[in-house]
Design a protein around this ligand. Structure first.
Ligand SMILES: NC(=O)c1ccc[n+]([C@@H]2O[C@H](COP(=O)([O-])OP(=O)(O)OC[C@H]3O[C@@H](n4cnc5c(N)ncnc54)[C@H](O)[C@@H]3O)[C@@H](O)[C@H]2O)c1
Ligand SMILES: O=c1ccn([C@@H]2O[C@H](COP(=O)(O)OP(=O)(O)O[C@H]3O[C@H](CO)[C@@H](O)[C@H](O)[C@H]3O)[C@@H](O)[C@H]2O)c(=O)[nH]1
Length: 490
């Protein structure tokens, strides 16, 4: 089949590549000329395992095209997928300007029946708005005779596992209208997704509004599990339990399951924070504020500060002159995506407090340097105090503490002896609970995970003995106000 994908970001690129891999002819449109030029030159704008191979093969075999030509993209296929960004607006609701601009462009150029498929994550009712915009454009040209349908086909892929998620989906949600164009849309989409249903039927057909809602409900449920565990982890720290053992204890109940119950430094990325916000906004607009999800957001905001609180508990306010090793910058392993990455907040706070940071990430260092420069626009001189290093061990050399923020595989079995020898102080703050407290204590580390302050396993908590240099003793005033602010954070 011929398919057009509007928007060649994480979702658009993966969708386009995977649909081409199944034998379809795919036209990927983006308005970002640099991105299209890079793709046409054989480059890839994002880090996503397995993507390069699929892209190169399908471009070479002529099934995958990248272009900025809107008229050509609309003419190319009856199926027009919209996969552009839906970033948060100022009030937290989803900003639909890219979606509606894409819809308008389709309406402006279409000259025969089209199925417009919203793959972007969009609030309930968006398909109706898309249809209105397309109708408006058709009316301007006096072409109200051209039929079309707007369907919803939300995407559930995870970054870092996107190809696998797309190729082996748990479910394919199709929201279509009941009318004749809607049923034509359904027939086309069923045909497109037929290869995914060979083993068993994965397609769930529903009305458009329910499909749009399903996407938000899924992300909200997953975010809720994470905030629930993060809150319990903080209590575990107080009562002397180990949240990892608790996770396994409850996960063994099939009604609960093991997935998405890892405590950490709060969820980040381009989806959970913005989608939970947007759903809360939708609910408010309908006069039904969502109390559980409001708490989920609040807990997540606070959780992003938990490691900083632990750092402060160890060092007091004297962070100026200290050196912190940071392992992991991306919001999760398997990606170079820095959107809402907890590392931004932690590193920003450390630098503002006058500390030095030696950071390592296997793929996200370049992106991290870019976003941190943006985050620290008001204090660009602080960027001198962050060094990006080639190897994890280089980061810990001479460090007062190691702060682990992303659970990349490369950090899973470090050489503890070499680490301990290299560090100035053997303090490890593990934001992903990657290590065993007992093993770390045995190796001579002061180990602080999230919700793992199990008194039976750990030596009595000691404050870090080594004092910073005298020159560093004077606390940067910006740092002290920042830390005070964090102390008050809910
Ligand atoms: N990133 C994920 O893991 C993920 C997973 C599932 C769903 N989603 C949802 O999918 C949507 C896209 O997310 P993303 O992460 O791929 O975004 P992204 O920012 O990586 O990519 C969006 C792309 O759309 C392009 N674009 C914007 N307006 C355009 C237009 N009018 N015509 C053509 N191209 C245009 C931009 O230049 C950009 O390249 C969002 O709604 C997001 O919530 C994302
Ligand atoms: O037990 C867990 C699982 C995840 N996280 C964090 O949650 C965030 C999101 O992780 P993940 O869901 O793996 O990555 P995303 O790529 O953001 O994928 C989510 O968001 C996408 C965009 O909507 C959806 O398509 C996916 O189904 C949904 O998992 C990250 O910061 C993780 O560190 C935890 O803290 N604990």
């Amino acid at each position: 089949m011929n398919v057009t994908i509007v928007g060649t970001g994480y979702v658009g690129l993966v969708t386009g590549a995977c649909l081409a891999e199944l034998g379809n002819n795919v036209f990927c449109l983006d308005l970002d000329r640099n991105k299209i030029d890079l793709l046409n030159a054989g480059g890839i704008p994002i880090h996503e395992p397995g993507l390069e191979e699929v892209l190169l093969r399908n471009v070479e075999e002529g099934r995958l095209t990248f272009s900025c030509d809107v008229a050509a993209s609309v003419a190319f296929a009856d199926l027009q997928f919209i996969a552009v960004g839906t970033p948060p607006d100022e009030d937290g609701s989803a900003d639909l300007k890219y979606v509606l601009a894409a819809a308008r462009a389709i309406g402006r150029h279409m000259d025969r029946f089209k199925v417009i498929v919203d793959k972007s994550t969009v609030p309930v009712g968006t398909a109706q708005e898309v249809a209105a915009v397309v109708r408006e454009e058709l009316a301007k040209r006096g072409r109200e005779d051209i039929a079309f349908s707007v369907a919803s086909n939300p995407e559930f892929l995870k970054e870092g596992a996107a190809i696998d998620d797309f190729m082996r989906p748990d479910r394919i949600v199709l929201g279509v209208d009941d009318d004749e164009p809607g049923q034509r849309a359904l027939a086309l989409l069923r045909e497109l997704y037929r290869p995914f249903n060979r083993n068993h039927e994965r397609t769930r057909v529903m009305d458009v509004r329910s499909a749009e809602f399903t996407k938000y409900a899924a992300n909200a449920m997953l975010a809720t599990r994470i905030s629930f565990m993060n809150e319990l982890a903080n209590l575990a720290d107080r009562v002397g339990a180990d949240i990892e053992l608790v996770r396994q204890g409850i996960g063994s109940d099939p009604r609960i399951g093991y997935s998405f119950l890892y405590a950490g430094t709060g969820y980040g990325g381009s989806c959970f924070p913005k989608d939970v916000d947007a759903l809360c906004r939708t609910a408010q607009a309908h006069g039904l504020p969502l109390q559980v999800l409001t708490a989920v957001q609040r807990v997540n905001q606070a959780q992003k500060h938990v490691l900083l609180d632990k750092i402060r508990a160890q060092f007091g306010r004297r962070l100026a002159g200290r050196t912190f090793a940071v392992w992991g910058l991306a919001f999760k392993p398997g990606t170079d995506d820095m959107r809402e990455a907890p590392s931004r907040l932690v590193i920003g706070a450390l630098l503002r407090a006058g500390a030095r940071v030696r950071a390592h990430d296997p793929v996200a260092q370049e992106q991290a340097a870019r976003v941190l420069a943006d985050d620290l626009q008001d204090h660009p001189e602080l960027l001198r105090n962050i060094t990006f290093v080639a190897k994890p061990l280089d980061a810990v050399t001479g460090a007062d503490a190691l702060v682990l923020l992303t659970e990349w595989k490369i950090y899973k079995s470090p050489n503890l002896r070499a680490m301990k020898d290299a560090m100035r102080t053997s303090l490890v703050l593990d934001g992903r609970n990657l290590y065993e407290p007992h093993a770390m204590a045995q190796a001579g580390f002061t180990y602080l995970g999230i919700g793992r302050n199990n008194r039976a396993l750990l030596p009595p908590q000691q404050r870090v003995a080594a004092e910073p240099s005298a020159a560093a003793d004077a606390l940067d005033p910006a740092a002290s106000s920042l830390l005070a602010h964090q102390a008050q954070d809910p």
